[in-house]
Design a protein around this ligand. Structure first.
Ligand code: DQA
Length: 139
């Protein structure tokens, strides 16, 4: 059974309440429950933190043994050399995910410290971006 983890960065704990015109009305835990049921043959975990160092700790912890990391580093995507270096340091492949199309938004969201070392990037498909990333690991 493939072992995958979704790692979400800052403010993604507010999904369903936060800028719902951009991010939708569903909370991440509601969404996560549906995908756990939808992919019974995948071991799927979820971790969220608003703290940069905790995200780095989690990437290091899982990054040499899991089959895949689905990483939405949220705002840290555009600022964190440390998270970018963590993605580079590990052996587990990382798919970078964004709910919104960051390229259709402000200029500062066009930069990513994750992308150069990600296996792939999925963005702009709403919460479905996470499912497309999961599918890429199981196909
Ligand atoms: C986001 C896009 C980021 O620019 C933003 O800071 C987020 C969420 C997304 O999923 O669309 O918090 O990563």
């Amino acid at each position: 059974m493939k072992k995958l983890i979704i790692i979400n960065g800052p403010n993604l704990n507010l999904l369903g309440k936060r800028e719902t015109n951009i991010y939708g009305n569903l909370s991440f835990t509601e969404f996560f429950d549906t995908i756990v049921k939808k992919y019974p043959n995948v071991s799927l975990e979820y971790f969220q933190s608003n703290v940069e160092g905790e995200l780095i700790d989690k990437i290091q912890e899982v990054g040499f043994s899991y089959d895949g990391i689905i990483l939405n580093a949220a705002a840290y995507t555009h600022t964190s050399v440390g998270i970018g270096d963590a993605v580079k340091a590990i052996t587990t492949p990382v798919i970078e995910v964004h709910i919104s199309n960051t390229f259709s938004r402000e200029e500062f969201r066009h930069q990513s410290y994750i992308s150069p070392n990600a296996r792939g990037v999925v963005l702009g498909f709403g919460l479905q971006s996470y499912e497309l990333a999961i599918n890429s690991f199981i196909d």
